[in-house]
Design a protein around this ligand. Structure first.
Ligand SMILES: NC(=O)c1ccc[n+]([C@@H]2O[C@H](COP(=O)([O-])OP(=O)(O)OC[C@H]3O[C@@H](n4cnc5c(N)ncnc54)[C@H](O)[C@@H]3O)[C@@H](O)[C@H]2O)c1
Length: 440
């Protein structure tokens, strides 16, 4: 594995490469001050991210919160093993947020908690690193954009590709015109997920506070095929593959094409591969039209992992002079209009732990965390601030709304709002469990 000091230096350089202006935010503390992070939701992704934060210089993971007490125990043990210092464990985020010494909250809970927890955190004076998708529905994303300004706190969404050095280089090349005007982009994600069966209603395990796990979401009975992970495929808590994985590729496509909000969105698909409790589509396409003759297409296959262009996920940009492909990681290829390969750029950061569900592996995924911490210190500017996170999350959200109402949506290019379709616009927000409404 690469020497840590060199890596940190390299990652800070990568972060620095995208800085174009000084920070817009007011920051607490001096540049080299220790930053203390609290971790919320640490079963899988959250544990990986907490461990990465703990490896950054002068960063302490001082607090850990999970509604599953076994997960708290495991995380406290892992962080202590890694750093020699035991973090304080919590099971209720509202109490953990009272900790005065916590500078930032990292959120890797199920999706229905992302925006409500982010709002609680900025109101408590903490900066926020929230895993993608930043919200469960579009209204929540708008609230977070407003809340970051109102409470003068940083909110970064975990779209780690915004900090991958070669992906940054590829996007810069697109902007400089390497394939001319880019008018179309295609992204995809393919996996071989197994069926989840038909769950039995049972009592939740004693170590899980299922009431707090549901938190802002209207109450549903506990089933034995829901926690952990499978909530992704239920609308009450999850957002389907389109937001689970599509958010990453749609973010890169939107960034590379330099577009904001679409004017037209159409989605088709369904739970085709198996018959079980899974509610969101396992097979889906979403197409988007943007102003100035630009379009995008995303294809998701949760239960047939046949690759596109040899890769299980990726993005291709099509332009008037050629094609640029970014096959999911930190590398890219450029072709001319005759399909001749004219550039082949490979990452210099080989990943130590490549996995499909945990992100791209530490050496790449840690860069966005470094960028977040350096932004808190006032030495960097966020690569994935909440406004960009919201715009990118909105794309698959609109896709899911189109899929659910069964028709094309016309949208306002200024803010993505759905035009003249009250039924579709109803899905712009959600219903909350009484007492859990998001109040900015
Ligand atoms: N950026 C990436 O590459 C990437 C990769 C994987 C997952 N993710 C995101 O990370 C999130 C978590 O995914 P996962 O696979 O780890 O899910 P998971 O279900 O395995 O873990 C979620 C954890 O959150 C806990 N939790 C639920 N409500 C809580 C609350 N109120 N307070 C504290 N803890 C709470 C659960 O008990 C569980 O331990 C998802 O939103 C997912 O989209 C991002």
């Amino acid at each position: 594995m690469q020497n840590r000091r060199n890596f940190i230096k390299q990652s800070s350089l990568a972060t620095a490469a995208v800085l174009t202006s000084s920070s817009l935010y007011a920051f607490r503390g001096s540049p080299n001050e220790k930053v203390v992070v609290g971790a919320m939701g640490t079963n899988s992704r959250g544990l990986a991210v907490a461990r990465m934060f703990a490896k950054l210089p002068n960063v302490e993971v001082g607090f850990v919160c999970d509604v599953d007490s076994k997960v708290v125990e495991k995380t406290v043990f892992e962080i202590e093993k890694l750093t020699g210092k035991k973090p304080k464990g919590y099971t209720d985020i509202r109490i953990m947020l009272e900790e005065k010494d916590m500078d930032a909250l990292m959120i890797a809970t199920p999706d229905h908690w992302h925006a409500p927890a982010s709002l609680l955190a900025v109101k408590a004076g903490k900066h926020v690193f929230v895993e993608k998708p930043c919200s469960h529905n579009p209204k929540e994303g708008e609230i977070l954009v407003e809340a970051a300004q109102k409470y003068n706190k940083l909110i970064q969404m975990g779209s780690q590709r915004r900090s991958f050095p070669k992906v940054i280089q590829a996007v810069n090349e697109l902007k400089e015109g390497i394939i001319g005007n880019v008018y179309f982009a295609k992204g995809w994600y393919a996996n071989n997920r197994k069926p989840i069966g038909n769950g039995k209603t049972i009592l939740p395990p004693a170590h899980l506070n299922f009431d707090l796990w549901q938190g802002p979401a209207p109450r549903r009975p506990y089933k034995d095929n829901l926690v952990h992970y499978n909530w992704h495929w239920f609308w009450n808590w999850g957002t389907g593959e389109a937001l689970n994985n599509g958010t990453h590729e749609l973010d890169v496509m939107r960034w590379g094409m330099g577009v904001d909000y679409p004017t037209k969105v159409t989605s088709i698909g369904g739970r085709f591969a198996y018959t079980d409790d899974w509610q969101t589509p396992d097979t889906q396409t979403i197409s988007f039209e943007f102003p100035n003759k630009k379009a995008m297409l995303w294809e998701g296959r949760s239960c047939n992992g046949f690759p596109v262009e040899g890769q299980s996920r990726g993005v291709i940009f099509y332009g008037e002079k050629g094609t640029l492909s970014i096959p999911g990681g930190d590398d890219y290829k450029v072709y001319d209009l005759g399909n001749k390969l004219i550039k082949d750029v490979k990452t210099e950061l080989q990943s130590a732990t490549q996995t499909n569900t945990m992100g791209m592996g530490e050496l790449l995924d840690i860069i966005i965390l470094d960028n977040f911490i350096e932004s808190i210190r006032g030495k960097s500017k966020l690569t994935a601030p909440i406004i960009e996170g919201h715009k990118s999350t909105l794309l698959p959200q609109l896709g899911n709304i189109s899929y659910r109402v069964g028709r094309t949506l016309n949208c306002d290019a200024k803010n993505g709002h759905i035009i003249k379709d009250k039924e579709a616009m109803k899905l712009w927000q959600r219903e909350y469990e009484k007492g859990w409404e998001m109040k900015i």
